[in-house]
Design a protein around this ligand. Structure first.
Ligand code: ADP
Ligand code: MG
Length: 250
């Protein structure tokens, strides 16, 4: 589903991704761990076209992200093609990023109406089904400010699902939440994982990684230091940097 090859990315003179190689099969859950500043968010953002890579390439479901191929050459995609690719990739941010002036239901139907040009009736029916799925059917007419952080994040997840993405990216989805609200959001993500959604989750929740991840990736300094099944990376890490990081977050 996702193939990442030799991806490099710099901001000015600082190289933030220093040659990332990663493959993710359809239906698998990949958890990305690593210290602050190691490049985790930048990696997710390149997959979703929010950043352009300097070298290397990424493909999602067979389509090159940001480029098309002609012969041996890569050509940058036009804005419209990028938008189209991006609708196939759901992104859930740390800070929910809901539209504050729209109700929960309007937050969910906005993109299906504007981007996919779906009929309103159908978009609303899908939105209500998704709200039921995240346990918030009764909040359809509420505004984001009337919800707890955990509820807002569940709405954000439902909104990401409304475009029926083939890939879901989560960037520290529970980091902005009070501790007692973390569980309800992780439960929704676990539920999606068990239904075979392909996802990449950046999180410091080691228990979640252990329970849900097929692969755990540990990043440091813009590189993947090690990756493997949770039992290997979390319980028998091969690298000192992984051990030292885990000893701080566990
Ligand atoms: P992480 O998510 O692992 O904490 P990030 O990918 O956010 O790491 O950031 C990696 C490095 O890139 C950091 O040093 C950060 O300051 C830098 N960085 C991220 N985005 C930008 C940007 N838009 N401009 C300049 N530097 C950036
Ligand atoms: Mg980050």
């Amino acid at each position: 589903m996702v193939e990442i090859r030799s991806v490099h990315k710099s901001f000015g003179s600082v190289e933030v991704l220093r040659g990332i190689d990663l493959e993710i099969a359809a239906g698998r859950v990949t958890v990305v761990l690593g210290p602050s500043g190691s490049g985790k968010s930048t990696l997710l953002r390149t997959i979703n076209h929010l950043e352009k890579v300097d070298r290397g390439w990424i493909s999602v479901d067979g389509a090159l992200v940001g480029y098309r191929k002609s012969g041996d050459k890569l050509y940058e995609l036009r804005e419209r093609e990028i938008l189209k690719q991006r609708t196939g990739i759901g992104f859930v941010f740390q800070n929910f990023n809901l539209f504050p002036h729209l109700t929960v239901l309007e937050n969910l139907v906005e993109a299906p109406l504007a981007v996919q040009r779906r009929p309103r009736k159908e978009a609303e029916a899908t939105a209500r089904r998704l709200l039921t799925r995240v346990g918030l059917a009764e909040k359809a007419d509420a505004y984001p400010r009337q919800l707890s952080g955990g509820q807002q994040q569940r709405v954000a997840i439902a909104r990401a699902l409304a475009l029926e993405p083939k890939l879901l990216l989560f960037d520290e989805p529970t980091s902005a939440l009070d501790p007692e609200l973390v569980g309800e959001v992780l439960d929704v993500i676990k539920d999606l994982a068990h239904q075979g959604t392909t996802m990449i989750v950046v999180t410091h929740e080691i228990g979640f990684a252990r329970e849900v991840a097929d692969t755990v990736v540990f990043m440091d300094g813009g590189r993947i230091v090690e990756q493997g099944p949770p039992a290997q990376v979390l319980d028998r890490p091969r690298h000192e940097r992984t051990r030292s990081f885990l000893s701080k977050v566990l």
